[in-house]
Every structure is written in C-alpha cells, then in structure tokens.
Design a protein around this ligand. Structure first.
Ligand code: NAP
Length: 286
C-alpha cells in the first residue's frame, strides 16, 4: 500500500518492458517492511539528461540504469564511484543532497554470484568471450580478484586488444592478452580455463547462436559462466557441459547487481536466505 511517505526507485532504460528488476526490489521492500516501490521508466533516445534531472526533482531515491544509457548517463551525475569510473559504465544511481552518484553493481554482482556458485577466480586462467560493456566489467573483476591470466576473445580483435591494453594499464602485474575467434587453437590444455561468455550471442530469441562452436575449444573449459539469463540454458552452456565442464547462467549476477543497488539505496543488509528466495521467484517469473 503506497501513501504520502512512499519512496520511489526505478529502472531507466529502453526497452524496460521485460525487466525482472521489480521482482528483486519490490520483494526486498516487502521483506524489510520498507515503504518503497520500484517501477520501470522507459526513456526515449536523447532524453537521458532530462530523465536524470527529472528523477532528482521528483525526489526519487535511486535508479538502476540499463541499455542503452550505462555510459551516456555519466555526464549528468554529480559523483562517480572509482570502480564505475574504471569500467566506464554506471548501472546504479544513488541520491545525494546535490544530485545522483553513479555506481556499477554489475561487477560486484558478478563476484557475489560466482562466490555463491562456488566459482574461484584467484589463480585461474580466464577466457572472456566478448569485449563490450559487460566483458569490460568481467575483465576488471578478474584482474582485481587475482586471476593468473586473462585472455579476451572477440569477433572484432581490435576491440579485444584495446580492452586488454586498458586492463593491463589498471593492473600491470596481471597477464592480459587478446585474440580473435579464429585463434582458438592456442587453447588446448584439457580443463584449464574458466570461460566467461559476455557477448549477446545466444540471447532469446536467437538461442541457437554462440561465439565459438568448435567442441575442441570447450574441452579446455572446466567452468563456463554465461552472463545471459534468457534462456536459462544457453547453447554456450550446453557446449561446455557436453565436454564435461560445469556451466552457469547470468541470473544470479542479475540478482546480486540488484541486491547491491538495494543495499546502497537503503543501507539494508540482504541475507543469503532472502537472496535465495528472490532467486527462486525470478526463476518463476523469467
Ligand atoms: P555490448 O557492449 O553491445 O557488447 C556486445 C558483445 O557481443 C561484443 O563483444 C560484440 O562483438 C559481441 N557480438 C555481438 N553480436 C555479435 C555477432 N553477431 N558475432 C560475434 N560477436 C558479436 O553488450 P553488453 O552490454 O556487454 O552485453 C552483453 C551481454 O551481457 C548481453 O547479452 C546481456 O544480456 C548480458 N548482460 C547480463 C547481465 C547480468 O546481470 N546477467 C548484465 C549486463 C549484461 P564485436 O565487438 O565484434 O561487435
């Protein structure tokens, strides 16, 4: 029940019609007894500045930001968290007295999801498929959490090289390389790699697509972590499993990026059992 004291949070993006974020935030608000509602805000192209200014004027407590505004939103913020600045993308706005501060909860969200799934980063050899926005967050997370070696594989090899160079700049002691999708014969060691799938390929409705098809590539993968969550079982995950590896999808990352945003807005601490309950609810709604 909303009343005069109800606080509002929301999702800025386009499209926003199929988002699962209201399930996360409205369930948490109910759980904690917070007088808070979370709603989608569809923002038309070219209007992100107006949207941020308007949200602040309307006393909105905080927002998530999704495609296509994660980078475009940055000029309209009064502060940016140092990790979000490194990633060059903001997915969470937190209200401050003079305007919104930007954070990136995708990176710690992926970390908490991997911890929850029992996936180790420290000392690992990591293959990152893709060199776009979320691949960048994944590469920085891997370097930050002590991966032994990171290889960024992308269709456009120049983008992989540019990203590898930037990550090396931030973490000079980590081995970061780049390769095109034709160069995969270098990855032959049996079950030697954690592979993170960070391209759009395989997402609904084009579920039969994946960046690399060759089964011998998947023999080198002990764990495949797809950041896509729709469908729940992607082609990439199937290829990993067919060669005896473990495979996970991106639903837990989505859950935890939302939980961390909620914690930033309300200073609440979300417990593991609450996270698990919401995860099950998201699976039912997905
Ligand atoms: P992005 O910045 O647009 O990057 C897209 C990546 O996919 C690039 O590496 C691009 O390669 C590659 N790609 C696209 N079409 C391709 C094709 N036909 N053939 C080969 N490669 C292709 O996208 P993003 O924001 O990083 O998002 C990527 C995925 O992550 C999305 O599917 C999204 O659902 C998922 N995601 C999940 C979460 C979560 O919470 N689980 C959060 C954020 C994003 P080129 O450089 O060669 O174009």
């Amino acid at each position: 029940m909303t009343n005069g004291q109800t606080r509002t949070c929301g999702l800025i993006g386009n499209p926003v019609e199929h988002t699962l974020s209201p399930v996360i935030h409205n369930t948490l608000a109910k759980d904690f007894g917070h007088n808070l509602v979370y709603v989608p805000f569809k923002v038309e192209e070219g209007r992100i500045g107006e949207a941020v200014k308007g949200a602040f004027a309307l006393n909105i407590l905080g927002c998530n930001v999704t495609v296509p505004y994660k980078t475009d939103v940055i000029p309209y913020l009064v502060q940016i968290d140092s990790m979000a600045e490194k990633i060059g993308a903001v997915n969470t706005l937190v209200r401050h007295p003079e305007g919104f501060k930007g954070y990136n909860t995708d990176l710690p969200g992926l970390y908490r999801a991997m911890v929850s799934d029992g996936v180790t980063i420290e000392g690992q050899q990591v293959l990152i498929l893709g060199a776009g926005g979320v691949a960048r967050a994944a590469a920085i997370l891997m370097a930050d959490r002590g991966a032994a070696r990171i290889v960024i594989l992308n269709r456009t090899v120049e983008k992989a090289k540019a990203l590898a160079g930037e990550v090396r700049g931030f973490y000079p002691n980590v081995l970061v390389e780049a390769a095109g999708t034709e160069d995969i014969s270098a990855f032959q060691e049996e079950k030697a790699y954690l592979a993170i799938q960070a391209t759009n390929l395989g997402m609904y409705p084009h579920t039969e697509r994946t960046l690399i098809e060759r089964p011998e590539f998947y023999r080198a993968v002990h764990t495949g972590y797809d950041l896509i969550f729709n469908p729940a079982k992607t082609r990439f995950m199937r290829l990993v499993k067919e060669q005896g590896g473990k495979a996970f999808n991106g639903l837990k990352m989505l859950l935890y990026q939302g939980i961390i945003a909620y914690e930033l807005w309300t200073q609440a601490q979300v417990l593991d059992e609450q996270a698990e309950r919401i995860y099950q609810e998201m699976k039912r709604n997905g």
